[in-house]
Design a protein around this ligand. Structure first.
Ligand code: GLA
Length: 405
């Protein structure tokens, strides 16, 4: 009897922890078309930039040959507007046949042959945000279709759906994906829609069912949009920090580095902040024409290593003073990463001094060696009560790592 009870309990627990798919142990990295290419379906007039198989093939080519894959960027993700407006006679989704003439399975094969993975987009509601068929009442068939195509990642949006039904509905999709037997990273927009309705998302449930989730509004191509997201993450810090860890990540949305809206310093700032947030690093830019300075930021191995740290810890804003914010993330083996973010716009680099103890480092250790991760140079040894001075460009960052070994 006791054994039976233990078995039931165990099964129950396993059922609760249903997104135990072993994926995304570190934040997923890749590329996603939405922020840069939107719902451009005009392949007649704009064949190079429309949402069609050519774009994804070309991006996969660049990811594989230009160093992105080697740096860890893995998923090539199709966002909204890829489908036909109707399901087929069997109720299945299929790619718009003018823009994806070879079909999504062939695109998955193409991407896999480059050593990369394919992501796709659907929506829990009746329609996607762009007005294409949603998955409501078709969860199982859609999950199976994606698995049959060889899809590796699903972004599951929440337009045209009731946020109050998502606590039930998203876990049903988790089950449907699990039932396919194919490992598919599950990205949920569930908490963002609940937040927008004034609801308080249940992050325990979300963490059990999703590998990553959007918390906040869509990123746009501007510094104001980036800082708006940072402000939201600061405000909700404790809730969001508790929700995440290996296999389950908060998603502040795509990287817009290489687009039109950010300066060089602001681009470094987004990369640095997304690194200490342990955020998914999904670039949304044109890798075919990206400039060398943006590419260098995106391929910075030291910053990526902070993002991909195996502990998966969240940063903490340890101080906010004179429009400078200091964010520290604990890394594996009692190492740390700290970002000094300058929100000032008064033109001149600003010097900010702080002790290592106040940076949030473990005071049980008496010294650390610091390193600048954008200049790739050692900054020397500092005692825990020594003062470090960062000179930070306007709307820019200084980012250091600290090693206690
Ligand atoms: C929503 C999402 C975006 C994008 C669009 C597509 O706005 O938040 O990231 O997927 O839908 O329509």
């Amino acid at each position: 009897m006791k054994l039976l009870l233990a078995l039931i309990l165990l099964l129950g627990i396993q059922n609760v922890n249903c997104m135990n798919n072993g994926l995304a142990r570190t934040p997923p990295m890749g590329w996603m078309d939405w922020e840069r290419f939107r719902c451009n379906v005009d392949c007649g007039n704009d064949p190079l930039n429309c949402i069609g198989e050519k774009l994804f093939q070309q991006i996969a080519d660049h990811m594989a040959k230009d160093g992105y894959k080697d740096a860890g960027y893995e998923y090539v993700c199709i966002d909204d507007c890829w489908m036909s407006m109707e399901r087929d006679a069997n109720g299945k989704l299929y790619g718009n046949s003018t823009r994806f003439p070879s079909g999504i399975k062939a695109l998955a094969d193409y991407v896999h042959a480059k050593g990369l993975k394919l992501g796709i987009y659907e929506d829990y509601g009746t329609h996607t945000c762009g007005g294409y068929p949603g998955s409501l009442d078709h969860l199982e068939v859609d999950a199976q279709t994606f698995a049959d195509w060889g899809v590796d990642y699903l972004k599951f949006d929440g337009c045209y759906a009731s946020p109050s039904k998502m606590d039930k509905g998203y876990p049903q999709m988790t089950q449907a994906l699990n039932s396919t037997g194919r490992p598919i990273v599950f990205s949920c927009s569930w908490p963002d829609y609940q937040r927008a309705q004034g609801m308080k998302p249940n992050y325990t449930l979300i963490g059990e069912n999703c590998n990553l989730w959007r918390n906040y509004a869509d990123i746009q191509d501007s510094w104001g949009s980036v800082t708006g997201i940072i402000d939201y993450y600061a405000k909700e810090h404790d809730t969001l920090a508790a929700a995440q860890g290996p296999g389950q990540w908060n998603d502040p949305d795509m990287l817009i580095i290489g687009d039109y809206g950010l300066s060089f310093d602001q681009s470094k700032a987004q990369m640095a902040m997304w690194a200490v947030f342990a955020a998914p690093l999904m670039m949304s830019n044109d890798l075919r024409t990206i400039k060398a300075d943006a590419k260098e930021i995106l391929l910075n191995k030291e910053v990526i290593a902070v993002n991909q740290d195996p502990l998966g810890k969240w940063e903490k804003r340890v101080i906010q003073k004179n429009k400078v914010e200091v964010w520290t993330k604990e890394l594996y083996n009692k190492n740390y990463a700290t970002v000094f973010l300058n929100r000032r716009t008064d033109g001149m680099p600003y010097s900010f001094s702080i002790t290592l103890a106040d940076m949030g480092y473990d005071t049980a250790l008496d010294h650390y060696s610091l390193r600048d991760v954008f200049y790739h140079k050692p900054l020397g040894y500092y005692g825990i009560n020594d003062t470090f001075t960062a000179t930070i460009n306007p709307s820019g960052v200084v980012m250091v790592t600290a090693s206690s070994n």
